[in-house]
Design a protein around this ligand. Structure first.
Ligand code: SAM
Ligand code: SF4
Length: 325
């Protein structure tokens, strides 16, 4: 359905858990995280119901995310149910890749079409330091498994961090030369623990392009499920290189998505604090029509643009691991 600004919302990102087996420095603090009570997290059945009603409103693509989705038992059956939901044409997942390799074949058989694996460094030690518990080899096994199973596209999400991994951007691009890997460099957003650790680490698009241009020239390209990334490739390369620039090149006018948190809030925009509770009505016995009206209301409340530049301190309170990246 259309929102108030003529954008057609066809995409729902479903966070299935706020738990995670990593602690990326810009996302989740090492200590003191207060996770949702498990009773407050939507059951698989409740999540499936929201997906079904959202699909009846024109949502066609579902991305399963978290927290770390692979840490929640029952994920494969959920993906199967979502893939079989009338109207749903595409099921994808964002994962840190720590546990994905062992689930990949079952997820593919259940209907997972494509995957984004988050990886901010190609150096095992650095990766460990950035994530606290990350095992680079495990993540790379997941990348290989996704490619071997024919998931397409396989994207690597890399948050570019000044002074941390900016010396590796061209190495990431090198991966796209002979493998169908689609690297997405993401500008750091003022969410989660990106304050204060990452306050100075945002790399604007122009700086990323400059670092890459030291080694590679890029040409325009297009990729299935391209999303908000502007898309390029090294001429003749098997994969592609994209940039997700929420901070310096706003793409809100093209935004087609809403988000569901693990505890049942429908959030119309990552960079605003708007949220609509669905869990209360779900547990109070709301009818399908009632739920449809609520989701439609959430879609209509999408703001024209995010407020991440204007309200840094407020949006910083938004935790990416609850909202679902
Ligand atoms: N745990 C899964 C993962 O890491 O892929 C899924 C959830 S995670 C919140 C989704 C994506 O959000 C990851 O690619 C992560 O790098 C990104 N992310 C988290 N915090 C961010 C921030 N402050 N700015 C930009 N991207 C962020
Ligand atoms: Fe976990 Fe993903 Fe956040 Fe890293 S970015 S701490 S893997 S939720």
């Amino acid at each position: 359905m259309e929102d108030l600004y003529g954008r057609v919302v066809t995409y729902l990102r479903v966070s299935v858990t706020d738990r995670c087996n990593l602690r990326c420095r810009y996302c989740m603090p090492l200590d003191g995280v207060r996770f949702k009570d498990l009773d407050d997290v939507l059951t698989w059945e409740e999540l499936e119901r929201v997906v079904r009603i959202a699909a009846s409103l024109g949502v066609r693509r579902i991305r399963v995310t978290g927290g770390e989705p692979t840490t929640r038992p029952g994920l494969v059956d959920f993906v199967r149910a979502v893939a079989q939901t009338p109207g749903v044409e595409d099921v994808s997942m964002t994962t840190n890749g720590m546990l994905f390799a062992d689930l990949a074949a079952d997820l593919r058989d259940a209907g997972l079409r494509r995957v984004n694996i988050s990886l901010d460094s190609l150096r095992a030690e650095r990766f460990r330091s950035l994530t606290h518990f990350g095992d680079w080899d495990a993540v790379w096994r997941s990348v290989r498994a996704a490619l071997a199973l024919g998931l397409h596209p396989v994207k690597l999400n890399c948050v570019a961090l000044r002074g941390v991994n900016d010396d590796e951007l061209a190495d990431f691009v090198a991966l796209t030369l002979d493998q169908p890997l689609h690297v997405r460099f993401i500008e750091l957003m003022p969410l989660g623990t990106s304050h204060p650790w990452a306050r100075d680490k945002l790399m604007p698009l122009a700086d990323m392009r400059q670092r890459i241009a030291e080694r590679y020239e890029l040409e325009a390209a297009s990729v299935d499920g391209g999303g908000p990334a502007s898309c390029f490739r090294v001429p003749g390369g098997a994969g592609s290189v994209g940039f997700i620039t929420a901070m310096t090149e706003n793409f809100c006018h093209n935004c087609n998505r809403v988000r569901l948190t693990a505890d049942g809030e429908l959030q119309p925009c990552l960079g605003s604090l708007l949220a609509l509770d669905l869990r209360g009505p779900l547990r109070a016995g709301v009818s399908d029509d009632g739920l449809r009206r609520l989701i439609a209301k959430g879609i209509r409340s999408k703001p024209e643009r995010h407020l991440m530049e204007e309200y840094l301190e407020e949006t910083a309170g938004r935790r990416m691991w609850t909202v679902g990246g």
